[in-house]
Design a protein around this ligand. Structure first.
Ligand code: PGA
Length: 253
């Protein structure tokens, strides 16, 4: 399987920023690594950005979608709308959506199902809070999230599962490689139990050029979901370069 390097720009960027960023990043995708940039939908709507990403072999993704394809949902964007813009992936269930928009596992599953129906790769996020980790409940809670957030439309070809401990997101506090390895081993077992052996598992939470190599070398870590450090093309390029060489042909290519 290739390594998946996903940039999550969150509510940052513009078409001009994207064009410059893509030029600075250069050609980083290859048969053994898949680069996906999840930009604000308004940026995905810029034809020059889409063309430049396609030329560089970089996939584009949204950061959220509605569970319905269309309707009276003011302000939302649906999965088919993202697909029409040229996106091939979408993040669902990011902890910031769970926290600020009150999304629950059932909502996340419905959104992932909508993404699949629109032909998008769903990047499904799960992760525990610091209190939950300190109480020794991280694996149990994350397993529950996974079981309830992956819809029955999930296959190893249409989904990436991202483990992002909430306390490590945007804090500079990265999880210990041993803890990441233990969680990813556990998630690999859970996925097998769900009939999804080999589902790509990404780690996210303060991934930076100086820790990416150690994290991406861990067993069952098939890529990274990168927030803050992805806004700087040079940093993101260094993270991509830190990924070990994988094998060809993944999802969302
Ligand atoms: P971070 O964000 O890399 O800034 O911690 C990761 C994420 O929110 O996906």
């Amino acid at each position: 399987m290739p390594q998946y390097l996903v940039a999550n720009w969150k509510m940052n960027g513009s078409a001009e920023f994207a064009n410059r960023w893509l030029a600075d990043l250069g050609r980083k995708s290859g048969s053994d690594r898949q680069v996906i940039v999840c930009a604000p939908a308004i940026v995905l709507g810029n034809p020059a950005v889409v063309a430049q990403a396609q030329n560089a072999g970089i996939a584009l993704g949204g950061q959220d979608c509605h569970a319905e394809s269309y309707g009276a949902y003011t302000g939302w964007i649906s999965a088919p709308m993202l697909a029409e813009l040229g996106a091939t992936a979408v993040i669902v269930g990011h902890s910031e959506r769970r926290q600020y928009a009150g999304e629950r596992d059932g909502d996340v599953a419905a959104k992932a199902r909508a993404a699949h129906a629109a032909g998008l790769t769903a990047i499904v996020c799960v992760g525990e809070s610091l209190d939950e980790r300190q109480a020794g409940r991280a694996e149990t809670l994350v397993e529950q999230q996974v079981r309830a957030s992956l819809p029955d439309s999930t296959t190893v070809n249409n989904t990436l599962l991202a483990y992002e401990p909430i306390w490590a997101i945007g804090t500079g506090q990265v999880a210990e490689p041993a803890d990441v390895a233990a969680m990813h081993d556990h998630l690999a077992r859970v996925c097998s139990d769900l009939g999804l052996p080999g589902l790509p598992l990404l780690y996210g939470g303060s991934v930076k050029p100086n820790n990416a190599g150690d994290l991406l070398a861990l067993g069952h870590v098939d890529g990274a979901l990168v927030g803050g450090a992805s806004l700087d093309a040079t940093s993101f390029a260094a993270i991509i370069d830190a990924a070990p060489k994988g094998q060809a042909s993944g999802v969302c290519a």
